[in-house]
Design a protein around this ligand. Structure first.
Ligand code: ZN
Length: 166
């Protein structure tokens, strides 16, 4: 099993409430030159060739898998080796179903990886990044569009600023 010290929450940087899926992300990551290793692709989610995240939370609340948890992801340059990447579909507004699925997903991951810190992508300071793919400054600044620390402190109540109406 991979040793995990962080769970990083991302957004797909797509318009809020639009039903993109892990397959769309797989295509975009493929276009950006990401590639999964053959071994892992054979073993898990063969139809996904590139996706860098381990989980994708769709707007209907479905939690889809991307890479295997034991497979190194491609979502946070310099931090991929020991982290798990979770991506919310949207930019800074998520459905009630997404919030509730995210809470369940994070609870499950935390119980399996008690050492792991849960943070938002924007909490990673860019100057700490290694030589991995550097994402545009704007993306790093906002992703995932809410303050993960206060969300955790507030027992995972969706922040009003990032909650889409039903
Ligand atoms: Zn991100």
């Amino acid at each position: 099993m991979r040793s995990i010290n962080g769970i990083i929450i991302h957004c797909s940087a797509t318009p809020n409430g639009k039903p993109f899926t892990e397959e769309d992300i797989d295509r975009w990551h493929d276009e950006r030159g990401f590639a999964r290793r053959g071994y892992w692709r054979m073993k898990f989610n063969q139809t996904l060739c590139a996706i860098g995240y381990h989980y994708v939370v769709r707007i209907d609340g479905t939690v889809a898998t991307g890479r295997h948890e034991d497979e190194v992801g491609a979502h946070a340059g310099g931090f991929n080796a020991r982290t798990i990447g979770v991506c919310l579909i949207g930019t800074d507004g998520y459905s009630p179903e997404q919030w509730s699925s995210l809470a369940g997903l994070i609870d499950g991951l935390r119980s399996r990886y008690p050492e792991a810190k849960v943070i938002g992508h924007r909490d990673l300071s860019p100057d700490l990044n290694g030589n991995g793919v550097v994402e545009p400054d704007e993306w790093v600044k906002i992703c995932p569009g809410f303050d993960v620390k206060s969300w955790l402190v507030n027992t995972k109540i969706a922040p009003a600023s990032a909650l889409l109406e039903d």
